[in-house]
Design a protein around this ligand. Structure first.
Ligand SMILES: O=C([O-])C(=O)C[C@H](O)[C@@H](O)C(=O)[O-]
Ligand SMILES: [Mg+2]
Length: 424
């Protein structure tokens, strides 16, 4: 079953003004939809970042994948590495941390691997989860992903925004209201708050307000490395018994290791351990106790399964990370989570913030009690909505954005704003 054609479609979809330690989300989030076609008429889908440097790398490797067997994933990884040669420039996206050449190969390979697994599943009439070892669970819990947020995107200056359907969340009461909104709609049973926006005292207060409003619900706080190790230790002690893990309190493996020595709860990361070469130094220093896997940068679903085995070997917990994404990514995340026994935490997803613009036909990916049922159809079990795809591709052509730039967008409204890590 040979690959005959690969179509890359960059898309843009609406994104609310979600705040984080690097700035604020722009009005459009970018992704690339990957379609792989074969000589047997079976096609597969993948989804990845939409930043221009990443798209250029995807384009650069496509010719070397034409003619390859859709089952030849090992050779495919080698071909991607060879086509990228000595990777230069930055392939970072958002707040996903350290750039490295092997990590870039894994990022570029990932959507092609997912599309080929979709093809393989369709060819043998089985869901992708069966290609990953079979489902150890069929309902995949996701967490309510809360963000501090402006009421809407400003027109010219901060304060002139038209409120969107979510409204503002700029203090503990706003955060609790947002949690209620998300939980009422989706039924989530655990909560993550994206922090690193306000001084740690306010974010501790917000977590305590969530604890009061949702007793017994597992909570997490993620300031994306906005705190010095000293601040990280102070916050960790304040949140003892309140959060199930603290995510990326401080920058780098060394900073996390320092916090970990004193923190009463596990530390999690999607910033300092984001590629296979980061695992050994992290294990040596016991820097993190939970890794947020993400198939978009761990090299697809099969390499994420390898990460899971390494975590099991070293007694490291496993959770799942997300960035702004659409339903192809969500379906892939769900199959992976279903096949990964030691993924014991509810997965992150940005999907509720972007669901209105999904390129996947409605019906399959619908949350019940905070969980998704693993799609049962062959492959990823989803279908592309070509009308939506065409609309989002047109958005991409007209939106004027070529890469994610949370800091630059923030500076339009606050010229003094600087990205600082750590800030407190
Ligand atoms: O857990 C995380 O660090 C993320 O989800 C990274 C994302 O870039 C998030 O901070 C965002 O969307 O602003
Ligand atoms: Mg994180």
């Amino acid at each position: 079953m040979r690959i005959t054609e690969i179509v890359l479609t960059p898309v843009a979809f609406r994104d609310p003004p979600l705040l984080n330690s690097a700035g604020v989300h722009e009005p459009w989030a970018l992704r690339t939809i990957v379609e792989v076609h074969t000589d047997e008429g079976v096609s597969g889908l993948g989804e990845t970042y939409g930043d221009i440097a990443h798209i250029e790398r995807l384009r650069a490797v496509v010719p070397s994948l034409i003619g390859l067997d859709a089952f030849a994933l090992g050779p495919m990884h080698q071909r991607v590495a060879a086509a990228l040669g000595g990777v230069t420039g930055s392939d970072t996206h958002g707040l996903t941390g350290n750039f490295s050449a092997p990590g870039t190969v894994d990022r570029v390979y990932s959507p092609f691997e997912v599309a080929c697994l979709d093809i393989q599943g369709k060819a043998i009439g089985r869901p992708v989860v069966d290609l990953l070892g079979g489902a150890v669970r069929t309902e995949i819990p996701y967490s309510a992903y809360l963000f501090y947020k402006w009421a809407g995107h400003p027109t010219a200056k901060l304060g002139d925004e038209e409120p969107d359907e979510w409204g503002a969340a700029l203090d503990p009461a706003g955060v609790v209201a947002q949690a209620k909104h998300l939980i009422d709609q989706y039924g989530f049973k655990s909560i993550k708050l994206k922090g690193g926006v306000f001084a740690p005292e306010q974010e501790i207060e917000a977590i305590k307000a969530l604890r009061g409003a949702f007793p017994g619900t597992p909570l997490r706080l993620d300031p994306n490395a906005a705190w010095t190790p000293e601040t990280g230790i102070r916050v960790a002690r304040e949140l003892d018994g309140i959060v199930e893990y603290l995510e990326d309190p401080s920058p780098e493996i060394e900073g996390m290791a320092e916090v970990a020595k004193a923190a009463p709860m596990p530390l999690a990361t999607n910033m300092c351990v984001v590629s296979f070469e980061h695992l050994a130094p992290s294990v040596e220093q016991n820097a993190v106790q939970v890794i947020l896997s993400d198939h978009h940068y761990w090299g697809g679903l099969t390499r994420s399964a390898k990460l899971a085995a390494i975590c099991e070997t070293f007694g490291i917990g496993l959770s799942m990370h997300s960035n702004s994404h659409l339903g192809i990514s969500l379906a892939a995340m769900t199959h992976l989570a279903a096949a990964t026994p030691n993924l014991t935490y509810a997965c992150d997803t940005h999907y509720p913030w972007n669901a209105a613009d999904d390129v996947v036909k409605a019906g399959v990916l619908s949350f019940k009690d905070g969980s998704l049922t693993v799609p049962a159809g062959p492959g990823l079990g989803i279908e592309l909505d070509r009308d939506v795809l065409a609309r989002l591709a047109e958005n991409y052509r007209t939106c004027g954005l070529l890469k994610r730039d949370d800091t630059g967008y923030m500076q339009r409204f606050d010229p003094e704003y600087e990205k600082r890590r750590p800030r407190w």
